[in-house]
Design a protein around this ligand. Sequence first.
Ligand SMILES: Cc1cc2nc3c(=O)[nH]c(=O)nc-3n(C[C@H](O)[C@H](O)[C@H](O)COP(=O)(O)OP(=O)(O)OC[C@H]3O[C@@H](n4cnc5c(N)ncnc54)[C@H](O)[C@@H]3O)c2cc1C
Length: 381
Amino acid sequence: MNALFSEEELMLKAAVREFAERELIPKASGYDKSEEFPWENIRSLSSMGLMGLTIPEEFGGASATYSQLMIAEEELARGCASTSVIHLTHLSLGSECIVRFGSKIQQETYLPKLASGEYLAAFALTEPSSGSDAADIQTIASRKEDGYTLNGSKTFITNGPEADLTVVFATTNQDKGTHGISAFLVPKGVTGLTISVQKGKMGMRASSTAELFFTDCHLDSKYLLGNEGDGFHIAMSIIDSSRMTVAAQAIGIGQAALEAALKYANHRKTFGKKLAENQAIQFLLADMATNLDAARLLTRRAAQLKDQGENYTKETAMAKLAAAEAAHYVCDKALQIHGGYGYFNDSVVERLYRDQRVTEIYEGTSEIQRLVISRNLLKGI
Ligand SMILES: Cc1cc2nc3c(=O)[nH]c(=O)nc-3n(C[C@H](O)[C@H](O)[C@H](O)COP(=O)(O)OP(=O)(O)OC[C@H]3O[C@@H](n4cnc5c(N)ncnc54)[C@H](O)[C@@H]3O)c2cc1C
């Protein structure tokens, strides 16, 4: 036990760090360059029990708390950010929908497979014309006698090509606004769903991203998640908790950049002395570490509030905003400390700089986090 972490949490941190050092770090650069989906890493995560970390034990998971998930996610991202986004999309977005909103039958059917890693999950909310304005969903799910027919498209869907199960949000009643949006579990290979891989990302290049096209895609009623009209509430409450996992991811990326900068500054000599002997560099390192620790504490607070059943919307938005911006600052300064060597793609900091950037965009951009925070601040006035 130390001031911040319990014995159990410290053991988890050490175990995931050891795993990431051994399995993820040596392969991260190769996967980034090849843009190949890191199946080997996902199989290793499955055998470590990490794919089902927060899924309840009765369904084969580890019933971990969100505080524990934050610790694991930071260590995974420190090792390989691409693997971390595949993991968090599977767990805190896709699988979490079924943990929180699935029927008993849906939970019994899917959670054991998701927990073991036999199934990979995805979460499809964003559309070509609606990202930040998530309520403006154009995909339609028309009610039929024996289920629903989906028409429309989704974009930027992480794990889209590989997912065995994708949670898809579509409008079942356009007159009802957000209350007319419903959520569906879409199994892999269903007729009427075509998937187009989106290559060429700036970072997170080993994670897959895809457009999903629904053309008269028929789903039986058993694939409806929750009740008709619950979809927007499901999407918002899942993103509310999942975005703290993105905060932990950003911190992990920033931590890797800080460590690389410390090592380099302590080794590289200019004007007859080590970079680290210059106060200008020392101050940079101090600011980098302080920004990361502040974000880490905000993230831990958000996770603890969730674990204690308290409201955590504002605190999660603060954690995600602070962590993404801290990681941006840290990766930028780490690259600067590496000088010209940091600008080439055989340096770790060049990859971290690119991987970090999307943490300011997905699961709500930094502007959207500021909107969420200020709305909550103004609510009580
Ligand atoms: C690599 C990657 C993976 C992703 N994975 C997934 C996934 O698995 N599932 C999924 O559903 N989505 C996913 N997304 C989509 C992501 O969540 C959206 O890109 C994000 O929400 C922003 O939406 P947008 O791209 O449409 O930008 P827009 O909403 O068009 O915003 C453009 C810019 O305008 C700003 N802006 C918008 N509205 C306002 C406002 N009111 N005030 C001030 N500024 C504003 C935004 O902050 C942004 O800077 C992913 C995206 C990427 C890049």
